[in-house]
Design a protein around this ligand. Structure first.
Ligand SMILES: Cc1cc2nc3c(=O)[nH]c(=O)nc-3n(C[C@H](O)[C@H](O)[C@H](O)COP(=O)(O)OP(=O)(O)OC[C@H]3O[C@@H](n4cnc5c(N)ncnc54)[C@H](O)[C@@H]3O)c2cc1C
Length: 395
C-alpha cells in the first residue's frame, strides 16, 4: 500500500513513520528546503504524550526536551519579578507527563525516528510543494506520487493547500482568536543569553506579551503575542510591525527586536473548524483540520495523537473499502477530542492577554495564590486542562 503525505511537520512525520511500520510505502512532500528551524518552546503533554509513549517516540522526545524549573513574570518597567509559576507543580498536575520542547527539536526528533522503519519505506522530499509546481524543474513528480497513492494525507498545517483543494477557500474554516503571534531565535547575543539562560521570562503586560528564554546552544528565543482583531494579512513587514507593537516595552525586548529576521514565524492565532476531514481517499491531519490554537497549548500534542489514531486505523487496510471505513472511523473517534480542546482554547481567548490593568492584577493575584498549597492544585489543574504554561495563563 502507498501513501503520499503532504507536509513534514508533526502530523506528517508521525503518519509516515507509523504507516511504514505497518508495511506501507510512504512519500512525504515538504515545501521547505529542509527541516524548519523557526519555532518556539512548547509544552508537550496530554494526548500526544500518551501517543509518543505508545509509539516508542518518547525516549527521543525526552532527549530533546528542555528542563524548565520556573516561569517568571516580570514588570516591563522595572524588570522586577511580579509572579512566578513553579513548573514542577504544573508537571505534577499532569502526572509528571510533560516535556518542554522547542518546535524545531521536536521536528528533528521525529525525523530521526524515521530511522526505525524498514529501509527505503519512507522518502522525504524537501522543496516539494503541493499542488504540483508547473514546469520541468520540480524536484519530484508530485502529480505521479498523488496518482499512485492509495491514500493522500494533507498534514500541511493551518493554511493547508490540500484542504483548499478538497473543500475551498480557508476563510470558511479558519476561526481567528483575536491575536497574532510571532517567534524567532537570535544568535550572538551573549549578554542576553547570560541573563536568560535557564530562565523562561514573560512580561506581565496588558494586551501584549513577550516571552524570552535562553537556549542550551547559546541562542536566545523570543515569543511575541499581541491582541489584533483584524484577521486580514497585515501590509507592514513583520520586523516593522513588531517594532511598532512591542518597541519600548522592555529593554531586552528592544534588543531582540533589533535582531528580528525578515521572515520570522508570524501568524494570526486561529483554530480550524470544518465539517468533513476527508473526501475520497484524501484525508486531513494535524492543524490542517483540527488546529486548537496556541491558546489551547496542545497543538503539537494533538497533531501527534491524531496522526497515531489515523495511522492505527489505516495501517491494516488493504483495499479502498477498508480505507473509506478507516477514514470515517478516524473522524468519528477523533473529532470529539478535538472539539473539547478547541472549547478550552476559546475559553482561554478572553484572558490569555489581560485587556486592562484590573485583569492584569487579577492574573498576578491568581499566580501568587497558586503558591499556596490549597489553591495550588486547583489553579494548576485549570492550567493543565486548557492552555499550557509558557503561552500564558488563564485566570
Ligand atoms: C507560538 C506558538 C506556540 C505554540 N505552543 C504550543 C504548545 O505549547 N504546545 C503544543 O502542543 N503546541 C503548540 N503550538 C502548536 C503547534 O506548533 C502546532 O499545532 C503543530 O505544529 C501542528 O502540527 P502539524 O504537523 O499539523 O503542522 P505544522 O507543524 O505546521 O507542519 C505543516 C508542514 O507542512 C508544510 N507545508 C505547508 N504547506 C505545504 C504545501 N503546500 N506543500 C508541501 N508542504 C507544505 C509546512 O512547511 C510544514 O512543515 C504552538 C504554536 C504556535 C504558533
Amino acid at each position: 500500500m502507498r501513501a503520499t503525505v503532504i507536509g513534514a511537520g508533526m502530523a506528517g512525520l508521525v503518519s509516515a513513520r507509523q504507516l511504514a511500520l505497518a508495511g506501507w510505502q510512504v512519500d512525504v512532500l515538504e515545501r521547505a528546503d529542509g527541516p524548519r528551524s523557526d519555532g518556539y518552546m512548547m509544552d508537550f503533554f496530554g494526548p500526544g504524550f500518551d501517543a509518543a509513549e505508545r509509539t516508542g517516540l518518547l525516549p527521543r522526545l525526552r532527549e530533546a526536551a528542555y528542563r524548565i524549573d520556573a516561569v517568571e513574570y516580570v514588570d516591563a518597567e522595572t524588570g522586577r519579578k511580579t509572579a512566578g509559576i513553579d513548573y514542577a507543580r504544573f508537571a505534577r498536575a499532569v502526572g509528571g507527563r510533560l516535556l518542554s520542547l522547542m518546535r524545531p527539536d521536536l521536528e528533528l526528533a521525529l525525523l530521526d525516528a524515521l530511522g526505525d522503519v524498514p529501509d527505503g519505506s519512507v522518502r522525504v522530499h524537501y522543496g516539494a510543494r503541493y499542488p504540483a509546481p508547473e514546469g520541468p524543474d520540480a524536484p519530484v513528480d508530485v502529480a505521479r506520487l498523488l496518482d499512485d497513492a492509495d491514500v493522500v494525507i494533507g498534514a500541511d498545517g493551518v493554511h493547508s493547500s490540500v484542504r483548499r483543494s478538497l473543500f475551498g477557500d480557508e476563510s470558511q474554516f479558519i476561526r481567528p482568536m483575536g491575536l497574532r503571534a510571532a517567534a524567532y531565535v537570535v544568535d550572538g547575543e551573549a549578554g542576553l543569553h547570560a541573563e536568560f539562560d535557564g530562565r523562561f521570562v514573560l512580561t506581565d503586560t496588558v494586551d501584549r506579551q513577550a516571552g524570552i528564554y535562553g537556549l542550551r546552544d547559546g541562542r536566545v528565543a523570543v515569543f511575541l503575542a499581541y491582541r489584533d482583531d483584524d484577521a486580514s494579512n497585515p501590509d507592514e513587514a513583520p520586523p516593522v510591525r513588531l517594532r511598532r507593537v512591542f518597541g519600548g516595552l522592555w529593554d531586552p525586548v528592544d534588543r531582540l527586536l533589533d535582531r528580528c529576521p525578515p521572515h520570522p514565524y508570524d501568524d494570526l492565532v486561529a483554530q480550524v473548524v470544518l465539517p468533513r476531514w476527508h473526501r475520497g481517499a484524501t484525508v486531513l491531519a494535524g492543524d490542517a483540520c483540527q488546529a486548537v490554537s496556541l491558546l489551547a497549548g496542545q497543538g503539537a500534542s494533538m497533531a501527534i495523537a491524531g496522526a497515531e489514531l489515523l495511522t492505527d486505523l489505516l495501517g491494516p487496510c488493504r483495499d479502498a473499502g477498508a480505507i473509506e471505513h478507516a477514514l470515517g472511523e478516524y473522524e468519528r473517534r477523533w473529532r470529539p477530542v478535538v472539539e473539547e480542546k478547541q472549547a478550552a482554547g476559546r475559553r482561554a481567548a478572553g484572558t490569555f492577554l489581560p485587556p486592562d490593568r484590573f485583569r492584569l492584577l487579577l492574573r498576578r493575584w491568581t499566580l501568587r495564590a497558586a503558591a499556596l498549597p490549597v489553591i495550588d492544585s486547583l489553579v494548576m489543574r485549570s492550567i493543565a486542562g486548557g492552555t499550557g504554561l509558557k503561552g500564558g495563563t488563564r485566570v
